[in-house]
Design a protein around this ligand. Structure first.
Ligand code: N01
Length: 549
C-alpha cells in the first residue's frame, strides 16, 4: 500500500532477519521507540543460519563468543552444547531470541525486497517487495549478510544433469540422503571443508573437485567445556566481551607480539605444534604477529601446515595435490576443519585436481573434466558466494537522482566506514563493504554497527535532522584507507572472494576493512564524537512515522 500523506509508514525498514536484522529491530523498537518493519525472504528468522543447512555446517567462532551481548540475562541463560556452535543450534538460538524479545510481530516472512527508492522531496525511502508491499520509511537499513548470494558456476550442461544437485548456501530443509550414492563436491572453501568429511561418512563414494588446495587448521571440536563456561566465562562475560570488542578480530584472545623471525626454528616449531594441538583461530593469533604481514614469517607457518598435510594424508600423490603452494597461509579465509585431511585416507573418497584438469561440462550422468568423465547421483556445489555486493545487486536500490547502487558500485563498492554510501541518504548498511565484519567474529561486528547506527539515529532525532548522508570526499578517503590497509597484508596474494576474484567479471577490489575490529570501532567512535564528521547532516523535513508499534 502506498503512503499518501507526509508521514512515512514506518520509521525504519530493515531488510533481513538474521543476527543483524533481529538485533537492529530490537534496538530501534525497544530503545528508540521506533516503528520498524523487517522483511525477510525466508519463512523463519536466521539469515545465514537459515539457508546454510549443509551437513557439517557450524561456526568457526567458539560458541561462548558467538552471541548477542545486549542482554545479561540471555548471556547467562543460554547454554551451548558444542565448543563450536552447530547450525541447528545457532538457528535455535536465533529463534529463542526472536521469541524472548517478541520480535516476530514486526517481521514479514516469505517476502523479498525487490526495490528501494529514495524520494528526494520527502526525505523518505519507498520500499517494494515481491508480495506487493509498497511502503515508506525514513530509514532503510540493510541487514542482508555479506555472504548470502550463492554462486553456482555457469558450467555448461548443468540443466541436463539427471541426478540431484544442491548449493551449500541454499540447502534443502529435508535431509538429503547420501547413503550408498555417488556424490561429487565441487569446492574446498569453508563450506566444502566442513561438509566433505560428513558427506564422506554417508556416501557410497565421494569425489572432491578441488581448484585450489587449502590451508586448514584443526578445530578440535567437541562438546562444550561446562566447567570453563560456568567458571571462566559466565561470571566474567562483561570483561570477555569488552576484550573482544577492542581486539583485532572480535575474539577475546591475547595476540602474540613476537615476530616469527626473531626466534629459533625449534622454538617456532614448538609454538606451531602447541597451537595446532589446541586448534581454532588461536593458532593464528597466538603464534606470531607477523605471519599475516611478512612473507618470510608467513613462509614458516605455511610450510608447517604443509608438513602436517604430508603427515596426515597417507597416499603421497593425494597429499601432493592437497598441498597449498600457490598462495600464502591467511591470504584466503582461514579455514577450521574437523577430519578434513583424514577424510582423504578413506577408501570411498577420491580427489580430482581441476586446476590441472578443469571441468569442461556437466553431462546427464555426471561431470566431464579435460581427462575423464565421472558419474554421479548427487552434485554438491560448495562454490561460495557473490560476497559483499551480490545481495545488494539483487535489489534495485536507487538514491538521489535515481542513481542505482549497482551503477555507483560498478567499479567496486564505495562506502564511508562500510555504513553509508554517498548519494543514498538515510540508508545504513550493517556489515557493509568497507567494514571489517567478514574478517572478524560476526556478532561482535554486527552489534557494533547496530549500536553505532542507533546512536546516530538518536542524535538525529534530538537535533531534528531529517537526513544524513556520507560526504563524497570522506567516502573517497575511506575507500583509499581501506585499500592502503589491505595492501601490506597477505590478503592481496590470493584469488579470494575478499577481492571478488571468484566471480567472473567482478572488479578486483579488496572489499573488507583489514585494519582490525578494535581500531575500526575506535575510528567510528571518534567520528561520532566529532559530530559525525564526514556525514552531511540535513535539518530539512523530518519524516517521523505516525506512531511507534
Ligand atoms: O565459499 P568459498 P564457501 N569451479 O568462496 C571453488 C563463510 N563461511 O562457501 O579457491 C570450481 O570460500 C573455490 O575455488 P578457488 C566464510 O567467511 C563460514 O566455502 O576459488 N571450483 C573454492 O574452493 C567463507 O570464507 C563458515 O579456486 C570453484 C570454493 O569453490 C565464506 O563463507 C562456514 C568454482 C568456494 O569457496 C564462503 O565459504 C561456511 C568453479 N567455477 C562459510 N567457483 C563458518 O563459520 C568456486 N570454486 C564455519
Amino acid at each position: 500500500m502506498a503512503n499518501s500523506g507526509k508521514s512515512p509508514d514506518f520509521d525504519a525498514v530493515v531488510i533481513g532477519a538474521g543476527f543483524a536484522g533481529l538485533g537492529m529491530l530490537r534496538r530501534l523498537r525497544e530503545e528508540l521507540g521506533m516503528s520498524v518493519q523487517v522483511y525477510e525472504t525466508g519463512d523463519e528468522v536466521g539469515g545465514t543460519w537459515y539457508w546454510n543447512r549443509y551437513p557439517g555446517a557450524r561456526c568457526d567462532s567458539e560458541s561462548y563468543i558467538y552471541c548477542f551481548s545486549f542482554s545479561k540475562e540471555l548471556l547467562q541463560d543460554w547454554n551451548w552444547s558444542g565448543k563450536y556452535p552447530e547450525q541447528p543450534e545457532i538457528l535455535a538460538y536465533l529463534n529463542h531470541v526472536a521469541d524472548r524479545f517478541d520480535l516476530r510481530r514486526n517481521i514479514q516472512f516469505n517476502t523479498r525486497v525487490t526495490s528501494a527508492r529514495f524520494l528526494e522531496n520527502a526525505n523518505l525511502w519507498e520500499v517494494e517487495t515481491d508480495q506487493g508491499d509498497r511502503v515508506t520509511a525514513q530509514f532503510l537499513i540493510t541487514a542482508i549478510g555479506c555472504i548470502s548470494a550463492g554462486n553456482v558456476p555457469d558450467i555448461k550442461g548443468l540443466d541436463s544433469f539427471q541426478g540431484e544437485w544442491y548449493h551449500t548456501g541454499s540447502w534443502p530443509h529435508d535431509k538429503v540422503d547420501f547413503a550408498g550414492k555417488r556424490v561429487a563436491v565441487i569446492g574446498t572453501g569453508s563450506s566444502g571443508v566442513q561438509s566433505i568429511p560428513v558427506i564422506a561418512q554417508q556416501a557410497g563414494h565421494l569425489t572432491v573437485f578441488q581448484r585450489t588446495a587449502q590451508f586448514t587448521i584443526p578445530a578440535r571440536h567437541g562438546t562444550v567445556d561446562r566447567k570453563f563456561l560456568e567458571e571462566e566465562v559466565k561470571p566474567h562475560y562483561a570483561e570477555i566481551l569488552e576484550k573482544a570488542k577492542w581486539s583485532a578480530a572480535g575474539f577475546p584472545l591475547d595476540p602474540s607480539e613476537r615476530s616469527a623471525l626473531e626466534v629459533t626454528a625449534e622454538e617456532r616449531l614448538e609454538t606451531y605444534e602447541a597451537g595446532w594441538a589446541k586448534g581454532g583461530f588461536g593458532f593464528v593469533f597466538g603464534s606470531y604477529s607477523d605471519i599475516r604481514t611478512d612473507r618470510r614469517a608467513n613462509d614458516t607457518v605455511s610450510e608447517f601446515i604443509r608438513s602436517k598435510i604430508r603427515e596426515m594424508v597417507k597416499d603421497p600423490e593425494t597429499a601432493e595435490k592437497l598441498l597449498p603452494t600457490d598462495h600464502p597461509f591467511g591470504s584466503k579465509r582461514t579455514l577450521i576443519d574437523t577430519d578434513y585431511f583424514d577424510t582423504y585416507n578413506r577408501e570411498n573418497v577420491e580427489l580430482v585436481d581441476i586446476r590441472h584438469s578443469p571441468i569442461r561440462e556437466i553431462t546427464p550422468k555426471g561431470i566431464r573434466t579435460e581427462d575423464e568423465e565421472y558419474e554421479f547421483d548427487i552434485i554438491v556445489f560448495a562454490t561460495g558466494f557473490d560476497a559483499m555486493t551480490g545481495t545488494f545487486f539483487k535489489m534495485d536500490i536507487r538514491g538521489r537522482n535515481d542513481l542505482s547502487l549497482k551503477e555507483k558500485w560498478s567499479e567496486g563498492p564505495k562506502t564511508y566506514l562500510g555504513l553509508q554510501t554517498a548519494g543514498f541518504p538515510n540508508m545504513f548498511m550493517i556489515t557493509g563493504p568497507g567494514s571489517p565484519s567478514v574478517l572478524g567474529n560476526m556478532p561482535v561486528c554486527i552489534e557494533q554497527h547496530i549500536e553505532w547506527i542507533a546512536d546516530f539515529l538518536q542524535y538525529m532525532r534530538e537535533r531534528d535532522i531529517g537526513a544524513v548522508e556520507a560526504d563524497a570526499d570522506a567516502e573517497a578517503a575511506w575507500v583509499s584507507h581501506v585499500n592502503e590497509t589491505a595492501e601490506p597484508t597477505m590478503f592481496m596474494l590470493a584469488n579470494s572472494w575478499y577481492l571478488g576474484a571468484n566471480i567472473p567479471g567482478k572488479p578486483r577490489v579488496f572489499m573488507p576493512y583489514a585494519g582490525g575490529v578494535g581500531n575500526y570501532r575506535k575510528k567510528c567512535n571518534e567520528i561520532a564524537d566529532n559530530g559525525y564528521e564526514g556525514f552531511i547532516l540535513d535539518s530539512g523535513s523530518r519524516g517521523k512515522a505516525a506512531s511507534a508499534t
